[in-house]
Design a protein around this ligand. Structure first.
Ligand code: IVH
Length: 699
């Protein structure tokens, strides 16, 4: 076996790595910033893998601006606090025209341009920008390379979240400037587009996790995630809006805010295209009015317009107050919140037994719809609000956002009002509720609770799972109530005669339903797994798990005996193995699996799926059809990285050596697997050998 020293980088691989970085960064900019893709996905993937292989081979080739550094960095233990080079100020708000005019008057005064009595105020050019409802970030670039990213924090000090920010594809890792300034600070807003926000919440809903109240909270929560791979999966975006350069910078320096936006765009940032250069206050008002309606078409949340003096020298002259610049103001759209009276507090029982308090209140019109219910998430939120019966509450709903109870107005509380809390008994089955220490959720743990069964059934038949058409919530309610269905497996025993005896169920629809239920047996294993509704196993994780484990028995065995093998899978977070272990160790769930198998559900990869998969892989790469066993510690790659590379080349990684093994990839301290491989006379290669093998296709 060769030594574990990485090969010295030859100048040609150095040059190739540089070229790949340049090509890939350019393609990402075209895709994420300009919205004008210039490279086909498979080409991108191919070049990316080539760069990855080069970097694996020689870690000195890895540079901070490499696209490989965007994903899956190391888990953080917490965040370091950093002092901002230049404080991040907040903005003063104006809620109406008078306040806008007041601000403008004060601005003219500090600039010594106040008009004489009765004369019209002089016009100053301003830039109107949408106020993005996200989280401010400060990005530091040194010699053109992103070296640090921080949250706003208290304005003086923020948290260093560089690894997370690197995952934001629209943020350049290297500026498109030659030469680049010694340093530059760029500020802007990180945000989550509405569609992504809904996808995240749907995924959370399917996993019975607390929902994010709005995209801004989701964004803030994501930026402070300790696992950068979770951040990468959330697809944040970023608009840049200001910059600071060193005083001695001799290169291009913007003189106006309008130029600054241009400068940022040229440097590779995404700049909001909906800014306007506005010659006077009247055009500011027009801009504000236009966007009040137009903003509803945007795919991200805005809560106002930021008005900035265009001339940067005038900005300097105007300066700052204690907390905000005098040269800018946030013109806010009216808040989409209103008071209402609490009518009652009800409790929902989720399919995993989680109890969610729901406030029902007198209907109020908000953001164009009538709203009368809002979830309060959990007992902690309830306590935080200090909600009492008959309370007047403030409710908020903006655009697409889920309504939330913002606060309670205790001064309007009726006399003798009782504080509200979660019940001790399940509202559906009356059994004692449980709240484990350290958990936010209160749960019903009765496995035959009808509310839990209804939830489990609804999930099983839902679109992403077994997708049984015509099986709605009302019907499920009837089936459970009448004792026709006691478990998911009972669905597969229903016949048309029985179904047509139910309310609003004709013979024809009963037959169709039975056909739909029967057809659902052929759904792929990943959907069946997702349908089981295991905590943390959403559609994405179910796919990854189903690809790695051919059937439920193998998965259960691994989850119980070797849970660590599960989190070694690509993209599978560490909390999942625990959840799987717990789930498969629970008697009621073992029974559920047995019942499903008894009615003929495979809970396994079907022959058809296997063939499809094989034919897809065989077109990919040099290792297609080959089975590789990993053993020992590799000099530079982690096992996960090696596994990814092998799979990317179409190979399969197996845990045990047999005659079917194509070859063994062995590192330091390889043990019995290597012995067995030698005994069987199998090919054994080391890391360098693997890289050479993978590279052999790229020429
Ligand atoms: S400029 C010194 N421009 O609004 C002025 N801020 O309420 C710095 N925001 O903390 C801010 N969109 O997070 C500016 N186009 C925009 C903005 C914007 C959103 C946020 C920013 C700021 C907050 C103040």
């Amino acid at each position: 076996m060769s030594s574990s020293q990485p090969l010295k980088s030859s100048s040609s691989s150095q040059a190739r790595a540089e070229e790949l970085r340049r090509l890939l960064n350019r393609a990402a900019h075209a895709y994420y910033v300009l919205d004008a893709p210039e490279m086909e996905d498979p080409v991108y993937d191919q070049l990316y893998r080539e760069l990855q292989a080069l970097e694996h081979q020689d870690s000195t080739l890895v540079s901070p601006d490499s696209p490989t550094q965007r994903v899956g960095g190391r888990l953080a233990e917490g965040f370091r606090s950093v002092r901002h080079r230049i404080a991040l100020f907040s903005l003063d708000n104006a809620f109406n025209r008078d306040e806008l005019h007041g601000w403008y008057g004060r601005l003219l005064k500090v600039l010594d341009r106040a008009p004489a009595e009765g004369a019209p105020p002089p016009a100053l050019a301003m830039v109107g920008e949408l106020k993005i409802d996200g989280n401010a970030l400060a990005l530091s670039y040194e010699n053109g390379v992103l070296v640090r990213a921080a949250t706003r924090g208290d304005g003086e000090q923020g948290e260093e979240i560089t690894a997370n920010v690197r995952t934001i594809s629209s943020i350049p890792l290297r500026l498109h400037l030659e030469p680049a300034p010694a340093w530059v600070e760029v500020r802007g807003e990180a945000f989550i587009p509405d569609a992504t926000f809904h996808a995240i919440n749907n995924e959370r809903l399917s996993r019975d996790e607390a929902l994010f109240a709005n995209p801004r909270n989701a964004c803030a929560g994501t930026l402070r995630q300790l696992d950068p791979s979770v951040v990468a999966s959330r697809r944040l975006d970023f608009f840049a809006y200001t910059l600071q350069l060193p005083d001695d910078w001799q290169g291009r320096r913007p003189l106006t805010q309008w130029d600054a936006l241009q400068w940022l765009g040229d440097a590779g940032f995404k700049v909001n295209p909906n800014a306007g250069l506005l010659p006077d206050l009247q055009s500011v008002e027009q801009f504000f009015d236009t966007w009040d309606t137009e903003r509803r078409q945007l795919n991200y949340a805005t809560d106002g317009v930021v008005v900035k003096l265009n001339d940067l020298r005038l900005q300097d002259a105007a300066g700052f107050t204690q907390k905000a610049p005098r040269w800018a103001i946030a013109l806010k759209y009216p808040a989409e919140e209103a008071p209402s009276r609490l009518v009652r507090l009800t409790y929902q029982v989720g399919r995993t037994g989680v109890i969610t308090p729901v406030a029902e209140f007198e209907p109020v019109a908000l953001a164009g719809t009538s709203v009368s219910r809002a979830t309060l998430h959990n007992a902690d939120r309830l306590a935080e609000l200090d909600l009492h019966s008959g309370d007047t509450i403030v409710v908020r709903k903006a655009g697409e956002i889920i309504p939330e109870v913002l606060r309670v107005l205790p001064e309007l509380r009726p006399e003798g009002a009782q504080p509200l809390d979660l019940p001790h008994q399940c509202p559906s089955c009356d059994s004692e509720l449980v709240r484990e220490s350290g958990e936010a959720a209160t749960r019903c743990v009765n496995s035959s609770c009808p509310a839990i069964l209804r939830g489990a059934l609804r999930h099983w038949v839902s679109k992403g799972a077994l997708d049984v058409e015509g099986m709605g919530g009302k019907l499920i309610g009837q089936l459970v109530e009448r004792g026709l269905v006691h478990a998911i497996s009972d669905l597969y025993r229903l016949d048309a005669a029985l179904l047509s005896s139910l309310e609003r169920m004709g013979e024809k629809s009963a037959e169709n339903l039975v056909t739909a239920i029967e057809a659902s047996r052929a759904q792929p294993w990943a959907r069946q797994l997702y349908g089981l509704g295991i905590h943390h196993v959403g559609e994405v994780n179910a796919k990854a798990l189903a690809a790695a484990f051919p059937d439920v028995d193998t998965l259960a065995q691994t989850a119980i005996d070797h849970p660590e093998a599960i989190s070694e899978l690509h993209g599978i977070g560490s909390e999942i193995n625990q959840s799987l272990q717990q789930w498969f160790n629970t008697g009621a769930n073992q029974k559920l699996i047995q019942q499903l198998q008894d009615v003929g559900l495979s809970l396994a990869t079907s022959e058809q799926e296997r063939q499809d998969l094989a034919s897809r892989n065989s077109t990919i790469g040099v290792l297609s059809g080959q089975t590789v066993v990993l053993t020992g510690t590799l000099p530079t790659m982690s096992r996960t990285q090696a596994k990814e590379l092998i799979e990317a080349a179409g190979g399969k990684v197996s845990g045990s050596v047999s005659k079917k093994t194509s070859f063994v990839l062995a590192g330091e301290e390889a043990g019995s697997k290597l012995e067995k491989a030698n005994k069987l006379g199998l090919n054994v290669i080391d890391e360098a050998g693997l890289i050479a093998l993978l590279k052999s296709t790229e020429t």
